[in-house]
Design a protein around this ligand. Sequence first.
Ligand code: SAH
Ligand code: SF4
Length: 340
Amino acid sequence: MKNIYNYTLQNLEDYFLEIGEKKFKAIQTFEWLYKKRVSDFEQMKNIKNDTIMKMKNDFSFNSIKIVTYKQGKDVYKFLFQLQDNNYVEAVLMLHDYGNSLCVSTQVGCNMGCAFCESGRLKKVRDLETYEMVCQILEIEKTLDIRISHVVLMGIGEPFDNYDNVIKFIKIINDGKGIDIGARHITVSTSGIVPKIEQFIKDGNQVNLAISLHAPNNEIRNKIMKINKAYDIEQLMSVIKKYIKETNRRVTFEYIMLDGVNDSKKCALELANLLKGINCYVNLIPYNETSHIEYKKSSEQSIKEFYDILKKNKINVTIRREFGRTVDAACGQLRANYEEG
Ligand code: SAH
Ligand code: SF4
């Protein structure tokens, strides 16, 4: 049986046409699922009985389970158990502009970035679309809140699970579904260049963030294995194409690692690399973890780095530190839960 939360509106329309029904049933179903949040076909009152019977035969409502959550100031961290007993996590951040959820896209990650908990645990499998959708549904139900922003920055590399991720984005963006605006959705990638190409071709309207973390290949090779497959020149070239074709601004994420990528020289080099590019730099104080050696840069070096970028007219912010007390960096809660 297929999981109903794997289906975009278009997929459901195709399904209804296939079984000889009118395609508007797809909208009705979508509204029951995502507006009224029923989790049982019997409750879909405006759909006739024999259609309900067919749907019951074809679809399951299987979800994922919140096994534990931790609450900090303005932040919640959730651990989910999947049907096959794998675990992923999601982090909810309460901002003054709304509630933002950081979702996971894979169990583990094969990109193997040296500073990251998720990369330390190799990829076990991709998440199915429903497992991403249900992170939102389960949290909204548990806390009785609405999520207004979604960032794909939890465990996993979204562009290594491209098709399921794009389906997920379609479902949550759909006005008949969860209806989160494209401008409120951000997908973050470590820089899989061919998938960025495809993302451009697909004409996706959601925001794109790139985990850059280094101003040159020498440093980036040391901390991000992906750079050996697609180096900074290839990455910058596809990003320029993205900006040109979409007219949109790109966000660069830059984790501040003590003594690794946080010198004044690095700041100048970064300013040079990004000169004239329509972008935004997010400096992220590294969230230290007990399993990995890297240390967070001092406040002073972060401030100096920031000042140099500013002086060189680069749009830059220092990301607010969320949830150090709840192990909020990607992969940490899972690692601590499974490894003790
Ligand atoms: N795989 C994608 C998205 C998930 S990681 C990517 O790499 O972009 C989301 C962001 O969290 C990335 O920028 C990643 O580098 C960062 N990150 C990973 N571990 C971190 C840590 N311990 N502290 C702060 N940021 C971290
Ligand atoms: Fe994977 Fe992103 Fe972590 Fe790198 S930073 S290992 S790409 S989740």
